[in-house]
Design a protein around this ligand. Structure first.
Ligand code: NAP
Length: 472
């Protein structure tokens, strides 16, 4: 495919191969954009921001609504592109394509709800005869930088609200998975988006990332990706609005009163979907000592039932990771934990980019598979004695994106809700659960700012205060 620059599909002599991680075959190529392309995109985006700001709320609603309808009609095509370039199983590819429709629909609805409010200035002793109200205005040029693991829906979480709010957008999708984002551009144009409203640059983030994020013409950066790159972007960005949706090593606490069959089903669903490459994947299972052995007994057969293989085969439950080097990294981290005294309770080992879903027991909090973001199809199980210890272990992380607890005890559940340091908390499910309308984002080094169209349009707008000085 080509990239979309200055209102046209554009090519480059240097191209990047996009591969299916299952068989390593090249499925397409995309242009390798460079700093000169960034400069052209920024100039054009400034003009685009002026054009977008002239559209009415109704115009923006209509475009996004039409885009959502087109995406719904092309679910199978989009689902297959997602699965083929990213490696997630086809049911998850279709699921992501469906969620992306909801994200765009929600963004369309928000386009009609962006408004200010009157402010009772005369509530201040010096405010008599003053009339005040706020106006929400677009930021201008939005840079939307996205990761590989949800190559369509996470792009929609940025582009949908940014367009709903009347901005122009420069998209920079992940180099491993650019095709879904380029398809989204096709759909937006077909839906009637003025070509000035969006551009999509393909190319290495290491090469074109800095010139995008450091430029003063960009007024808002919305980034989803790793903590390391997020940290770099924050340092480069200077004075502009920034949203950071970063990584995690999400914990699930299993209290002694939990229904272990339900826990095991939830862990199998939330720890291994997308081969564990979800930012809110269940990574650390903290199990009360009283149920530790029984929980492993319930979990192991469920994980062993997760058939691995070609992601496009309907029977496959866990496909390849995004690339072989990632599967090799997961293998290395787990081998390191086993060498340091952890126990591989099931799974482990690798075929190309496929890592066999694993349960690692007796994991110490200081081991890398517990402390860092594993981002692979394995969970690390650690015992605890009391709820205080469980919450302390859960919070013993630089991350704070999502956490879960299984218990029937409302006191324990509320203690967890109050004290667990995470942006999204789940009682009687694993940390990996999201519908696209809810406010979503992390605490601590998992980032700041919220996604979910209603919350993201606030991030994509600036608030102005207007005061009328009446009565002479
Ligand atoms: P990544 O390596 O940080 O890359 C994310 C994006 O940043 C890619 O488009 C990448 O481009 C680009 N990039 C690289 N260097 C850059 C630079 N110097 N300046 C600007 N952009 C640059 O992350 P990933 O491996 O794709 O995704 C996995 C990570 O995302 C995990 O940590 C996961 O937890 C996190 N994530 C978080 C959420 C959330 O909502 N909190 C959701 C999903 C994923 P290239 O691909 O060209 O390098």
């Amino acid at each position: 495919m080509k990239m979309f620059l200055e209102g046209k599909w554009a090519d480059k002599p240097k191209r990047i191969e996009v591969k299916n991680p299952y068989d390593n075959l090249v499925i397409d190529t995309v242009p390798r954009g460079d700093a000169a392309d960034v400069e052209r995109a920024l100039n054009f985006a400034e003009r685009g921001a002026k054009a977008m700001a002239k559209l009415s709320s109704y115009d923006r609603w209509k475009i996004l609504r039409k885009a959502a309808d087109l995406m719904a009609a092309r679910n199978e095509e989009l689902g297959r592109i997602i699965s083929t370039e990213e490696g997630k199983v086809i049911a998850e590819g279709r699921g992501e394509a469906n969620r992306a429709v909801e994200t765009m629909m929600g963004s369309a609805e928000e386009a009609k709800r962006i408004h200010g409010e009157t402010v009772p200035l005369d509530a201040d002793p010096t405010g008599r005869n003053k009339l005040g109200f706020t106006l929400r205005v677009p930021c201008g040029v939005v840079a939307a930088i996205s990761p590989f693991n949800f190559p369509l829906n996470l792009v929609c979480h940025k582009v949908g609200p940014a367009l709903a709010a009347g901005n122009s957008v420069i998209m920079k999708p992940a180099t491993d998975t650019p095709l879904s984002a380029l398809k989204l551009v096709e759909i937006l144009l077909e839906a009637g988006l003025p070509p000035e409203g969006v551009q999509c640059l393909t190319g290495s983030g290491g090469e074109i990332g800095d010139p995008i994020v450091a430029d003063k013409r960009v007024r808002k950066i919305t980034f989803t990706g790793s903590r390391e790159i997020g940290d770099r972007i924050c340092r480069m960005a200077g004075i502009k609005k920034v949203t950071m949706e970063l990584g995690s090593n999400s914990p699930l606490i299993v209290m002694p009163d939990a229904d272990l069959e339900k826990v095991a089903a939830a862990v199998a669903a939330t720890g291994y979907a997308n081969a564990g490459q979800a930012c809110i994947s269940t990574q650390r299972v903290l199990a009360a000592k009283k149920v530790y052995g029984d929980l492993l007994g319930a979990l192991i057969p469920k994980v062993e039932a997760l058939a691995t293989g070609n992601q496009l085969d309907e029977k496959t439950k866990v496909g390849p990771m995004v690339k072989e080097s990632e599967a090799a990294r997961v293998e290395e981290w787990i081998n390191e934990a086993v060498a340091a005294g952890a126990r591989l309770a099931t799974g482990g080992g690798r075929r190309g980019a496929i890592y066999i879903p694993a349960v690692v027991a007796d994991v110490k909090p200081e081991m890398r598979i517990s402390r860092d973001e594993l981002f692979g199809p394995a969970v690390a199980v650690t015992p605890f004695d009391t709820i205080e210890e469980a919450i302390q272990l859960a919070n013993d992380s630089v991350y704070g994106l999502a956490a879960g607890i299984f218990t029937e005890n409302v006191e324990w559940a509320m203690k967890f809700a109050r004290e667990a340091e995470a942006g999204n908390l789940h009682v009687n499910w694993g940390p990996q659960w999201r519908v696209d309308l809810m406010p979503y984002g992390g605490l601590k080094e998992s980032g700041f700012g919220k996604e979910g169209p209603r919350y993201a349009v606030e991030e994509m707008t600036e608030l102005k205060m207007v005061v009328f000085h009446l009565g002479g």
